[in-house]
Design a protein around this ligand. Sequence first.
Ligand code: NDP
Ligand code: 8X3
Length: 256
Amino acid sequence: MKLRGNWVLLTGASSGFGAAAARAFGAEGCHLLLGARREDRLAEVAQSARAAGAASVQHHALDVASTNSVEAFVSWVKTLTDRVHILINNAGGAHGLDPVATGRDEDWEAMVQSNFLGLLRMTRAVLPLLPRDAGSWILNVGSIAGHRGYEGGAAYCGVKAGERLITESLRLELNGTGIRVGSLDPGMALTEFSDVRFKGDQERAAKVYAGVNPLTAEDVAETMVWMASRPPHVCIDELILKPTDQAAIHKVHRRT
Ligand code: NDP
Ligand code: 8X3
């Protein structure tokens, strides 16, 4: 289906997948509603999405870890449109790579708040705006970390596994409404993900991708557009997207 003229709401639009998705949906002629905490970055992304061909681009501060912020954001959305055809729940990320034995409350809480509760809060708030029987979408960003645990990943893997089950539960709850619900679960992708996980330690972040050809944010954004543009009777329930170099979460081919 053509996406031109659709209203697309993107969380976590200030960098990585969200920023690339703003440009990709913009190039399809969509109206864009962008949210994240860093408004200066949102303004830059908005400019590049306009240049890519978006029908309109608006942005507003959003912290998905706060119900008040989510409600304020959606009130703002309602001043611009009475419908959102595509909700992309992308905001989130990992904080730390500590084993459970030395894990920190603030890291765990940040991961639960953004990846898990943020997804629930945004979906609850936007659901009344999603058209019924019109091929609309709730597209959640999961991870291969939600399919398999790894050392140091307990909380992150846990919240991403939770994302898969929220997605499945929502699909059951919304059956018969025409609203599609799916999960896009990428593997290793070069974004600000590891900078955030390692709290700005860029050397440590760079090591994650050393000698590997990771996914790019654009690879992920292109896949979002492909999922969203399937005919209305087609729902991609779950899609795993990995770099060829990453055969499994632990099995990564490195050239160095
Ligand atoms: P980035 O760090 O580049 O982007 C994360 C985005 O999420 C930023 O726009 C950030 O904006 C936003 N965000 C984080 N917390 C909040 C919050 N509380 N409220 C609102 N926005 C928030 O990483 P990616 O683009 O890689 O990550 C996007 C999603 O993809 C995440 O859910 C991540 O877990 C997932 N993912 C990433 C993979 C990877 O290897 N890169 C692989 C698989 C999944 P701001 O800080 O301005 O609020
Ligand atoms: C990000 C992928 O493997 O770093 O979700 O957890 S991984």
